[in-house]
Design a protein around this ligand. Structure first.
Ligand SMILES: [Zn+2]
Length: 210
């Protein structure tokens, strides 16, 4: 996956203490504007579970031992980004009070992870911040406390959401994202919106405990 974004951004010192470099919007982004896809090398999540690779047991949730690793829908593949490359949405840090997440992301059925402007949009010049869910592992800086996360998927759950699949996200996101599909991108296959498939997979997992 290429280290590019679909909007104008710049990498600068993050406002989050201890978070290093962050990513800032160079233009105002309306709600659901596509920011970019998670970049990096796509590998099997099994690679991260092999001894000596730094992985830990525990399935899809454990692929988050590297700060720049993103699991994909279904959990079979992960995307590992190079932190030395300062372009790409992997530079987006996590929000904590008093700042709120202004960028959300969803795992698409085709394995891509799409970052987009949250429901309030993003102001020009603002640092872009997101919520990486409770499955992301330890961060070197504090994250939003209970009830302080702007991602609607984290509302009403004990400590942020567990899942980021588009199929398990609010139903209205699909239409809002389709409406903002950037023209410069080739038409993406309908399969990325296969939210019913994602729901089915999740139901199956919960039933079988896999
Ligand atoms: Zn959250």
């Amino acid at each position: 996956m290429p280290y590019t974004t679909l909007v104008r951004v710049s990498a600068q010192q993050s406002a989050m203490r201890g978070a290093g470099t962050g990513m800032f919007a160079q233009e105002r982004l309306a709600p659901f504007t596509w920011v970019g896809f998670y970049p990096g090398k796509v590998v099997s999540s099994l690679c991260l579970l092999a001894p000596g690779t730094g992985g830990a047991a525990g399935g899809a949730a454990s692929v988050t031992t590297n700060m720049h690793t993103m699991g994909t829908a279904g959990g079979a593949l992960v995307i590992i980004a190079d932190p030395a490359i300062r372009t790409g949405v992997h530079m987006i840090n996590e929000a904590s009070a008093p700042l709120l997440a202004n960028v959300w992301y969803a795992k698409l059925a085709n394995g891509y992870v799409l970052y987009f402007a949250g429901g309030a949009g993003v102001e020009a010049g603002a640092e872009m911040l997101t919520c990486y869910s409770r499955t992301y592992g330890k961060r070197p800086y504090p994250i939003a406390a209970k009830g302080e996360c702007s991602d609607p998927r984290c509302c009403g759950v004990a400590n942020h959401r567990r899942h980021s699949e588009l199929g398990l996200s609010p139903g209205e996101w699909r239409g809002a994202l389709m409406a903002k599909h950037p023209r410069e991108l080739h038409v993406l296959p309908e399969s990325i919106w296969d939210v019913r498939g994602q729901q089915r997979d999740q139901d199956k997992k919960e039933k079988t405990g896999i």
